[in-house]
Design a protein around this ligand. Structure first.
Ligand SMILES: [Zn+2]
Length: 98
């Protein structure tokens, strides 16, 4: 059985089977994360997934779960007011895309 090495922030290196890993793709195409529960301490872990790792998971039959973009998700939670920092962030995001 294929096993993948990752890290738990508490326990250090952990070995996972592909079935234990959940791929989460954000709706804005800003990246895919993989998530798992550490088999030792039971904590949920989440890390950005390398595109090659995503391909590998897809080829292994693991389908990513789609979630809404994280920013929208956060906004929907508490509807925080826009701050100057948000505008600056938006500005630099827009600059990145051109
Ligand atoms: Zn752990």
């Amino acid at each position: 059985m294929v096993r993948v090495k990752s890290r738990c922030w508490r326990c250090g290196e952990v070995s996972l089977s592909l079935e234990e890993i959940m791929l989460v793709e954000h709706g804005d195409g800003e990246g895919t994360f993989y998530s798992f529960f550490c088999s030792t301490c039971g904590d949920a872990q989440a890390y950005p997934a390398d595109p090659r790792f995503v391909d590998f998971m897809r080829m292994s039959g693991i389908r990513p779960i789609h979630l809404p973009p994280p920013i929208e998700y956060k906004e929907a939670e508490g509807n925080p007011p826009l701050t100057w920092d948000d505008l600056l962030d938006l500005h630099s995001e827009l600059e990145k895309e051109t």
